[in-house]
Design a protein around this ligand. Structure first.
Ligand code: FES
Length: 576
């Protein structure tokens, strides 16, 4: 990225007099020789490393590999921290802070003497947060995700992080597992550095970054502890220097064609529903027209090819050894379902990158002719008087017999209210009941947490029921499964029709017809609306207040309204 023919970093390090001296002198306190200020590309390495984000805890090491590559290619690497968002610890939800990470990283990239950036992410929200930031700054950027953990191993079987947690919990409630066995299983499930190794949100978003062209081929799947993870990171360091010299920026890579590729890849990998909300937010930063309905329309022709938990059997380590994402994209390309010309960080079209990608295991990566699940069974977008702004359901994680279902609502205003009674043997619920959990949307919780797939009532679990229809304005972990209608928009807290449902109302879900209907007359709903009161604000100050006042609905990506779009990378005026 040049300003008057010079790299933008030259505005800092190439300056004469007091200003340049200040910029260089304090940097030399780190022991750099003067040659690093000779006009070479300065590459920021944004790392979301933190011991509070265990999925990202090894990113320091990944950064060292990136630095090697940057030095090799004649650049000057500088690592800097960006807000680490750990899915498992942050309350009320890491999603409350995705936009804060995006805002923080965007400002740091713009305000510092950087010509390009390498984005180090891993846990769920760190990948979209950094991509949103890079989109709004539009400096050349390469993503390196931290890679998945090794497969979990428990008593001779593979166990997937996240996915197994739900099963263990059900087994505990139903008396099939003891508390001691659960504690033992915890350690077996997470046995190396890396993010969740199911096709949960982290693996999905890593795959999305690769499908968008923002990370190197194969980069999504190398396990965090595989030497090739570090080789890829070193390669990314070399590549970013070249991208700066070519001035190839995210806006030229993350085009509408790239988003179409990502949506189809998400269907093929059986990816997380969270990709919907994140891709919408990233597209919003770039001005790429993308709607909720695109996810339904584009995915309809795409079968699920990847046999990974939670939809299938295997885990990311198996996916890597089977050929990783390029093998999947090659299948799509050969079926005419990939925009092959979409540009990538390799400086080649994505079709070229995957043209010869081999598959080594057809049990893990299926073919278009013999898929895991047929076309049209991916994420569906529902509409109706209960979700005028849309809702989504992951068909491949649902029970086929519930995809067309009519039942009476049992309504709770929070997951807490539900769990207070869920073990009650007298709870008036059966397998036909539709559980409605609301006030879990972007402003309602706040942060739109992954609470929608509430565990089934104990009474039903003891009878052997394993699934029931649940409807929520929140999200669901990508590692989870169940017939759960998610992201209902507008959310209850914004006065959406979900707020007007009462226990006993009939609701019909018809996924093949893409409808979600509350069988209550317009007159009755209008009458109920006159009695509805918006909930009290969650916070009177700070980030939560800013977030709640500006967050958009799920069908717009749940970004903040004033963060949509880009501000570019113009060099700010001098500081002293
Ligand atoms: Fe970090 Fe699953 S908890 S990726």
């Amino acid at each position: 990225m040049t300003v008057n023919g010079e790299l933008r970093s030259t505005q800092w390090f190439g300056a004469t007099g007091r200003t340049g001296m200040a910029h260089r002198s304090w940097m030399r306190s780190q022991g750099f020789t003067p040659e690093v200020f000779d006009g070479r590309p300065v590459i920021g390495i944004a790392t979301t490393w933190s011991e509070l984000a265990p999925c990202n805890v090894h990113l320091h090491r990944v950064a060292e590999s990136v630095k090697r590559g940057v030095w090799q290619a004649g650049g000057f690497p500088l690592e800097f921290p960006a807000m680490a968002l750990g899915e498992t610890l942050l309350r009320p939800t890491a999603m409350l802070y995705r936009n804060l990470l995006a805002m923080e990283a965007e400002e740091l990239m713009r305000a510092n003497p950087l010509d390009g950036v390498v984005l180090l992410s891993g846990c769920d929200k760190t990948t979209p947060g950094l991509l949103m930031a890079a989109a709004s700054v539009d400096l050349p950027a390469v993503m390196v995700t931290g890679g998945p953990m090794l497969n979990g191993k428990y008593r001779g079987t593979d166990v997937g992080s996240g996915t197994a947690v739900w099963r263990f919990e059900e087994d505990l409630v139903a008396g099939r597992m003891t508390q001691e066995e659960c504690v033992f299983a915890e350690g077996c499930m997470a046995r190396s550095n890396g993010h969740c190794m199911t096709m949960g949100t982290a693996s999905t978003m890593a795959s999305m970054a690769e499908a968008l062209g923002m990370q190197l081929p194969y980069s999504a799947a190398w396990p965090a502890v595989d030497s090739r993870r570090y080789e890829t990171a070193q390669r990314a360091g070399q590549v970013i220097v070249g991208l700066v010299r070519q001035d190839l920026r995210p806006s030229a890579i993350m085009t509408r064609a790239a988003f179409e590729n990502a949506i189809r890849v998400n269907a093929a990998i059986g990816g997380s529903t969270n990709a919907v909300v994140h891709l919408l937010a990233i597209a919003g930063r770039l001005g790429v027209p993308l709607s909720l309905d695109d996810f339904d329309v584009l995915a309809r022709d795409v079968p699920t090819l990847v046999n990974l938990q939670p939809n299938g059997q295997y885990l990311m380590e198996d996916f890597c050894y089977a050929g990783g994402l390029p093998a999947v994209m090659r299948e799509l390309a050969e079926a005419g379902l990939l925009n092959a010309d979409a540009m990538t960080v390799t400086s080649a079209g994505i079709g070229t990158n995957v043209a010869d990608a081999p598959c080594w295991n057809r049990e893990v990566i299926k073919t278009m002719a013999d898929p895991l699940q047929p076309a049209g069974t991916g994420t569906a977008v529902l509409r109706g008087n209960l979700a005028p702004g849309g809702a989504v359901i992951k068909q491949s994680a649902s029970s086929p017999h519930l995809l067309k279902h009519r039942g009476q609502a049992l309504v709770f205003d929070s997951p807490t209210d539900y769990y207070a009674v869920s073990n009650d043997p007298e709870l008036d619920v059966d397998e036909d009941t539709v559980l409605v959990i609301r006030y879990c949307g972007p402003s309602g919780y706040p942060g739109m947490p992954e609470v929608s797939n509430v565990a089934l009532p104990r009474k039903l679990l003891l009878r052997g029921v394993r699934d029931m229809v649940r409807i929520c304005d929140g999200r669901m972990s990508g590692t989870a499964y169940g017939t759960v209608v998610l992201h209902v928009a507008p959310e209850a807290a914004a006065g959406g029709p979900l707020a007007l449902v009462r226990t006993g109302d009939w609701i019909s879900l018809d996924v093949p017809a893409r409808t979600l209907t509350l069988e209550v007359s317009e007159e009755e709903l209008a009458s109920r609306r006159t009695q509805w009161q918006p909930p009290a604000p969650h916070a009177s100050r700070g980030w939560t207040r800013l977030y709640c006042e500006h967050v958009m609905q799920a069908d717009s990506g749940a970004d903040l309204d004033f963060l949509v779009g880009a501000s570019g990378h113009e060099v700010p005026r001098e500081s002293h």
